[in-house]
Ligand binder design. Structure first.
Ligand code: ADP
Ligand code: MG
Length: 555
């Protein structure tokens, strides 16, 4: 009587499911974290939609996520009264690879062996599909808020799923997992409870275990703290809870390199709980340069892609901001040019840069951050004029005279007598740059040169005229003022033998004629010690490296 359609999964999903089902990944408890996390997201989404369409929540009960164990049937049910899904959404969300994390997972699969696959599941998470680690069959009953037709979705994790109409009495989603024989341990109350406590304690919505007592009466037990983690005092939150929360908001599985939890009080009040990951998020260098802070107003989730919350050069930061000073019915559009949000952004940036400065005091720890996110942070040097000098202080460089990371302050403190400028050279690779003939003169005088090897360096370096009054100067430019730098303690040797000036000039002229338009000018120089000639760029002109980059890009 029920009309069911049978549809195939997108090819990538089939592949992914095959791996999930046969995975050696040992911590199968994560399926519960993923499903509870989805249920909580679904409630957040409905709460947000109801701000503008209150009818969606009329007569509805408070948000909650319920769990039910049926030992006889061998099932676990996870239900929420959130946004629900209609037919099209079911097909899209549970039949394709929709989210970037899962997509990345699939991309990495190509070169992974069995062990590698298992590790990838732990590293990326596979969201809803992790149900199939424990279930031989998964059923979803759901109804989209604002619609009357309910839907049933079902799959055994093979290549296909079926979908059909179903009677669902209220908006929300109920997921029924038919546990595999080897996963029946999850039918034990204590196992379920400890898993929820470990992974989902920070979820703001109550996670309630429904059951029956000895007399057959219904019982309810709330398993989690059910208060938003960021509203609790710092002293009551453990390191593990922060990390779990980071996993929840970021969909990542590394341990944060830095966690900051603070409450700003004053003209505008807000709470921030922000994380700097220890690993690069996947979308770090995508052209959208999207930031990922979840914005809440009085604990109501508003959006996680408002570009106004953080500038792009801090897009590696994850976390939440909750303010009571934005109107609750704020729409995503209204967030543009919102003066309150601008102030909040200012506060967050100040806080983050201040924290980075403190963490920079530990050079080794800071180096791990810098190697992961330095190239992104440097975008701020030309994008955020106000904070330029703060970001310059946080910037680290490879250098021609040492192996570690060097700050501009380090560089200035070791400048040679008579040296007025800070020298740098741009290129693809620090080791090659170190050997460049353009640095011969600098090497001979022991003058340090900063080696800039990130593509972004070409952009900011031209925007920064100086640091503490010392001009930043390309070592490859013809106007580098190396002559003013004192020679190393002169070992009363006879001056170097040089060819007579008229001969050099004749040679330069001959070269100029031969090379024609290929060069602008041929001239003599004192910067070379071993090589007969080298290319330099015109002072104020495009750097040689940038020219090469543009040529490669076909410009
Ligand atoms: P993610 O949560 O990272 O988006 P998942 O694989 O966990 O990825 O879920 C895929 C999508 O399925 C979600 O984005 C959401 O649109 C939908 N979804 C999953 N569970 C629910 C639910 N309980 N209620 C409503 N939608 C859901
Ligand atoms: Mg999810």
């Amino acid at each position: 009587d029920r009309i069911e359609d049978r549809l195939s999964f997108q090819a990538e999903v089939t592949k992914l499911l095959d791996i999930v089902v046969h995975s050696l990944y040992s911590d199968r408890r994560i399926f519960l974290r993923e499903l509870i996390s989805n249920a909580s997201d679904a409630c957040d989404k409905l709460r947000y939609e109801a701000l503008t369409t209150p009818a969606l929540r009329e007569g509805a009960e408070d948000f909650r996520i319920t769990l039910r164990l049926d030992k006889d049937a061998g099932t676990i049910e996870i239900a929420d009264n959130g946004i629900g899904m209609n037919r099209a959404e079911l097909i899209d969300n549970l039949g394709t690879i929709a989210r970037s994390g899962t997509e990345e997972f699939v991309k990495h699969l190509k070169d992974a062996d069995k062990q590698g696959e298992a590790r990838l599941i732990g590293q990326f998470g596979v969201g809803f599909y992790s149900s199939f680690m424990v279930a031989e069959q998964v059923q979803v009953f759901t109804r989209r808020a604002g619609e009357t037709q309910g839907w049933h979705w079902e799959s055994d994790g093979g290549g296909a799923f079926s979908i059909g109409e179903a009677e669902v009495t209220a908006p929300g989603t109920r997921i029924v997992l038919h546990l595999r024989e080897d996963a029946k341990e999850f039918l034990e109350d204590w196992r379920l409870k400890s898993t929820v406590k470990t992974y989902s304690d920070h979820i703001e919505i109550p996670v309630v275990l429904l059951g029956k007592d000895d007399e057959g009466k219904d019982t309810e037990e709330t398993l989690n703290e059910a208060s938003a983690l960021w509203t609790r005092p710092r002293s009551e939150i453990t390191e593990e809870q922060y990390t779990e929360f980071y996993h929840h908001v970021s969909h990542a599985f590394d341990t944060p390199w830095h966690t900051v939890h603070f409450k700003a009080e004053g003209a505008i009040e807000y709470t921030g709980l922000l994380f700097v990951p220890s690993q690069k998020p996947f979308d770090l260098f995508q052209p959208e340069r999207k930031t990922h802070i979840k914005l809440y107003v009085n604990r109501v989730f508003i959006t996680d892609d408002a570009p106004e919350v953080l500038p792009s050069y801090l897009r590696f930061v994850r976390g939440i901001v909750d303010s009571s000073d934005l109107p609750l019915n704020v729409s995503r559009e209204m967030l543009q040019n919102n003066p309150v949000l601008r102030k909040i952004q200012g506060g967050l940036v100040k806080r983050l840069l201040g924290d980075l400065k403190k963490r920079a005091e530990n050079a080794d720890e800071y180096a791990t951050f810098w190697e992961t996110f330095g190239a992104v942070l440097k975008e701020g040097i030309y994008e955020d004029f106000e904070r330029r000098s703060d970001i310059l202080e946080l910037t680290r460089f490879r250098s021609s005279t040492t192996d570690g990371w060097v700050s501009l302050a380090d560089y200035v403190s070791r400048m040679k007598t008579g040296q007025e400028e800070i020298y740098y050279i741009t290129g693809d690779d620090a080791e090659t740059l170190k050997r460049s003939p353009q640095l011969e003169g600098f090497r001979a005088k022991g003058v340090e040169v900063l080696l800039l090897t990130d593509p972004v360096d070409e952009f900011w370096i031209n925007a920064v005229p100086d640091y503490q009054g010392k001009a930043l100067k390309s070592a490859a430019s013809s106007a580098a003022g190396l002559d003013a730098v004192a020679d190393p303690e002169s070992k009363d040797e006879t001056p170097e033998e040089t060819a007579p000036t008229d001969q050099i000039e004749a040679l330069a002229k001959a070269l100029q004629e031969t090379l024609g338009d290929a060069v602008k000018e041929v001239r003599s120089s004192t910067r070379l010690k071993e090589s007969p000639v080298c290319l330099v760029s015109e002072d104020g002109g495009m750097s040689l490296h940038l020219e090469r980059m543009l040529k490669q890009a076909g410009q």
